[in-house]
Design a protein around this ligand. Structure first.
Ligand SMILES: [Zn+2]
Length: 255
């Protein structure tokens, strides 16, 4: 990892994250993501550019709107921070083409994860965008198409089987078709082995979170829990871990 590249790309990623926040807020509300300019959701006062510095402005204003002093959600700096880390890590670690691919895909996946977490839905425009990015990467040979085809089988079939079994045993559909679309996209990207790992890790995370919520607020088997955020976080972690693991294995083979 090259820290001289990391810092400027972290800043760039945080600026991208600032735009992702706009999409996360406006897309599910069917508002334009370009117009009007950023404004406080409470008092509607436009946010001046010097008060719109990612992460920094939030910290300086202690999470409050400069005009009406109402609380600004902690989600804004967190999304900016995560996007900054994705861009910083990618460009300081991967080769430029792969870094650009992972940064852009990671940013779109972050929007999907956040919107699904809040609204339990994945807007089609986002699925199509993510799918287009992955297909482009296959076309450019950044992602191997053989791996991609096998990955789709895993990414779509396993969730479909789980959905089928859940439906037959409980007459409820635990996951939506948005999750199948996501399985398709992530399967294409990750290939079969990483996709299995991502599905297992996501299931484990869901069980842990489910148990945590149940302990705090009581058992409710009808409590809905979005799957996409867990699957996306797991996929990115598996992807990053896979990078270091192959480095690790190569290191052993070379010494
Ligand atoms: Zn305000």
């Amino acid at each position: 990892m090259d820290w001289i590249i990391f810092y400027p790309l972290f800043v760039m990623g945080a600026i991208v994250g600032s735009f992702l926040n706009v999409v996360i807020y406006r897309l599910p509300r069917n508002e334009s993501i370009i117009h009007p300019r950023s404004h406080c959701p409470q008092c509607k006062a436009p946010i001046q550019w010097y008060r719109n510095i990612p992460i920094v402005s939030y910290l300086i204003q202690r999470g409050k709107c400069a005009e009406c002093k109402s609380q600004i959600s902690w989600q804004y700096p967190i999304v900016e921070l995560i996007t900054g880390l994705i861009w910083g890590w990618s460009f300081s670690t991967l080769d430029p083409q792969l870094a650009l691919f992972f940064s852009i895909l990671g940013s779109v996946l972050l929007i999907i994860a956040w919107i699904d977490g809040q609204h339990m839905l994945i807007p089609l425009v986002l699925s199509v965008t993510a799918l287009t990015i992955v297909i482009l990467a296959i076309g450019l040979n950044i992602v191997s198409w053989r791996n991609a085809l096998l990955g789709v089988l895993v990414g779509v079939c396993i969730p479909a089987i789980v959905m089928g079994v859940m439906y037959l045993s409980t007459k409820r559909i635990g996951m939506g078709f948005g999750d199948l679309q996501l399985g398709l996209i992530l399967g294409l990207w990750l290939g079969p082995f990483k996709m299995v790992a991502a599905l297992l890790l996501a299931s484990l995370l869901v069980i842990i979170v489910w148990a945590g919520i149940s302990l705090r607020s009581g058992w409710d088997r009808n409590r809905p829990l979005p799957f996409a955020p867990y699957l996306i976080v797991s996929s990115c972690l598996v992807y990053i871990a896979g990078y270091y693991q192959s480095d690790f294995i190569a290191g052993i083979l070379l010494t």
